[in-house]
Design a protein around this ligand. Sequence first.
Ligand code: PSU
Ligand code: MN
Length: 306
Amino acid sequence: MNDFQIRYGAEAAEALRAGRPVVACESTIVSHGLPRPDNLRVAREIEQAVRDNGAVPATIGMVGGEVVVGLDDAQLTRLASTDGVAKLSVRDLAVAAATGADGATTVAATSALAAAAGIPVFATGGLGGVHREASQTFDESADLTTLARTPIAVVCAGVKSILDVGATLERLETLGVGVVGYRTRRFPGFFITDGGFDLDWTVESPEQIAAVLAARAAHGVQPGALVVANPLPADEQLDPALHDRTLADGLARLAADGITGKAVTPFLLAHFHSATEGASLAVNVRIILRNAALAARIAVAAAERT
Ligand code: PSU
Ligand code: MN
């Protein structure tokens, strides 16, 4: 636990001090990835899923310029319900702090802050990655380069199919980020169970993942993250035909509206949620809750080893 310019929620601070299992949770999925008012309910359900599986949740965000690890309910409500909450990657944290901003942290910023706070496991929905047409736009999420230098396990359902999944996997390899499938050898595509690519490694249990984390730390040669890819069961995924139609339409609108940069991911997610009349939202929520539960079980297994 590090207290340099980080405010801790009471419960998270107590659990970290006592060496009890803690799971970091992300705020950008709440403020920019899910529509109101479902987002606040889901944020609370994520925390409950962590608790139900034996760990303490610490949702991370920025309130009035202060980084908070373990947002309380009033702070969570503020980030979920007010306009003008910034989307903060790592590079934004210092500027946002100095200007007293409210902000939600992306996978990149949440991982970096969680690792600084001594939290070994982080639950999210899907990673950012290499966008389609990145060879022209250079749009690759800072999630990837941050994970290359951040020692944390990130439980996710792969990367969204709105991205270039193959290119993202190649970049994770280049950057030295570990990737394992949880009980699968196929890399999931977020809304869909199978993102279309094989994985080299599969792990079978939270205990085995905790053993991977322990070996990584013991070797001391890999500075980066472990991505734990946890697919939705096939019967819970978004209908692949509906998915493909919605994606094609969303990409066309993106081009027509000239949306670029950090607005791309929120735009495409909002398009999915409205175009599928909530079907993608229900799938998105299932994904996050399943990831929160698995992350908690990994945190429990990791705490039992020490
Ligand atoms: N995946 C989701 N919902 C999200 C995001 C990812 O299912 O809201 C967010 C995460 O915070 C991720 C960010 O870090 O999108 C990536 O944005 P960008 O592509 O601008 O780096
Ligand atoms: Mn981007």
